[in-house]
Design a protein around this ligand. Structure first.
Ligand SMILES: C[S@@+](CC[C@H](N)C(=O)[O-])C[C@H]1O[C@@H](n2cnc3c(N)ncnc32)[C@H](O)[C@@H]1O
Length: 286
C-alpha cells in the first residue's frame, strides 16, 4: 500500500468535470469542524464488528466526512477513490494517520465511466444517437475497476452519486428527453459497482444528499426528531433529488441488484459550512 496518489488505469474525466469537482472541494477543504455530526453518522454505519477488514470509499475527496486515523485503526486496508487527486492527497497530509501506509489512493478516477463523453458534450451538444450509445455503454460495462480485484468488507459511497448525476445533467441539460434514461443508467451502474465490490456478508453504505437548504430553507429550529417528517414532506412536494428518494433507490435495488429489502437510515443534517446544509440519509445493503 502507498500513501502516494497513483494514476489509475480507468477512464479519466478531464477539463470541466474535474475542474468543477476540484473547485467545489476547494471551497469545503477547511470544514472539518462543520462536518463533525455528518462524520459521526457515517462512522456509525461503517464501524466494523471487529477491526482488520478492508474498506473502500468512493468519492472520498477532502475526507472531511472520514476520520482517517480512526479508519486506519478499524481497517487493515482503506481504499479511497476520487476524481480529484489533490483533495485526496491533501486529506491524508492534513489528517496524518499514523497507519498511512494502509491507505491506497485511486485518483484521478472517474466513477461515472463516461467522463470523456460528458466533457465533450459540454463543447458540442450530443445527438440522441450519441447519448443512446453512451447509455448502452454504461449498461454493458463489464470493466473491472482496479480496486475491485479483491472484494471489501465495507464499501461506502458518501454523497458522490448525486455529483455523478449532476455532472450528466449539466452536460446534456435537465430537460433533455434522454436525461432520465442517462440518469437511470448511471444510478444502476453505481449501485451495481458498489454491490459487486462487497464480500459475501459485507456491507454497502450509500449516503444520499437528498435535499438542501435551497429546498427547505433554514435549519434553524429544526429538531432531529422532526427530520423524518421534513423528508416525507420534501419528497411529497418534489422539493428534493427525485431520482434519489428511498422509493427510487428501492426500485433500482430491486431491479438491478435483485434486493427486495434494503435498509434505510433516518435522515440527518450535513452542514456544508454556515450557508448551506443537506438533508442526508443512507441506504444500507448487505
Ligand atoms: C460530496 S463530495 C464527498 C465528500 C467528501 N467525502 C468530503 O469529505 O469532502 C463528492 C466527491 O466525489 C468526487 N466526485 C464527483 N464526481 C466524481 C466522479 N465522476 N468520479 C470520481 N469522483 C467523483 C468529488 O471530487 C468529491 O470529492
Amino acid at each position: 500500500m502507498s500513501d502516494v496518489p497513483r494514476e489509475s488505469s480507468g477512464a479519466r474525466a478531464e477539463d470541466s468535470i474535474l475542474s468543477d469537482q476540484a473547485a467545489m472541494n476547494s471551497t469545503t477543504v477547511r470544514q472539518w469542524a462543520m462536518y463533525s455530526s455528518h462524520r459521526q453518522q457515517i462512522e456509525k454505519l461503517i464501524t466494523p464488528a471487529s477491526p482488520c477488514g478492508r474498506i473502500c470509499v468512493l468519492g472520498a475527496g477532502n475526507c472531511n466526512d472520514l476520520d482517517l486515523p480512526w479508519l486506519t485503526q478499524m481497517y487493515s486496508q482503506s481504499h479511497l477513490v476520487d476524481l480529484d487527486v489533490g483533495s485526496l492527497a491533501s486529506a491524508v497530509e492534513r489528517q496524518k494517520p499514523s497507519r498511512a501506509a494502509s491507505i491506497c489512493l485511486w485518483a484521478p478516477f472517474d466513477l461515472s465511466g463516461i467522463g470523456d463523453a460528458l466533457r465533450n458534450w459540454r463543447q458540442a451538444p450530443p445527438s440522441d444517437d450519441q447519448i443512446l450509445k453512451c447509455i448502452e455503454r454504461i449498461a454493458n460495462c463489464t470493466t473491472q475497476r482496479p480496486w475491485e480485484m479483491e472484494r471489501f468488507d465495507v464499501v461506502v459511497s458518501p454523497c458522490v452519486l448525486s455529483q455523478i448525476l449532476i455532472s450528466a445533467r449539466q452536460s446534456i441539460g435537465a430537460t433533455h428527453r434522454l436525461y432520465p434514461a442517462l440518469r437511470d443508467a448511471l444510478l444502476a451502474d453505481h449501485l451495481k459497482m458498489v454491490y459487486r465490490s462487497i464480500k459475501p456478508g459485507g456491507r454497502a453504505v450509500i449516503v444520499i444528499d437528498l435535499a438542501s437548504t435551497e429546498d427547505f430553507g433554514s435549519t434553524a429550529g429544526i429538531e432531529e426528531d422532526q427530520l423524518p417528517d421534513l423528508m416525507r414532506s420534501l419528497i411529497a412536494r418534489k422539493k428534493c433529488f427525485n431520482a434519489l428518494t428511498p422509493a427510487a433507490l428501492s426500485q433500482a435495488a430491486r431491479e438491478h441488484l435483485k434486493i427486495t429489502a434494503p435498509t434505510f437510515t433516518a435522515p440527518w443534517l450535513w452542514h456544508l459550512g454556515l450557508a448551506k446544509s443537506f438533508l442526508v440519509f443512507a441506504m444500507v445493503v448487505s
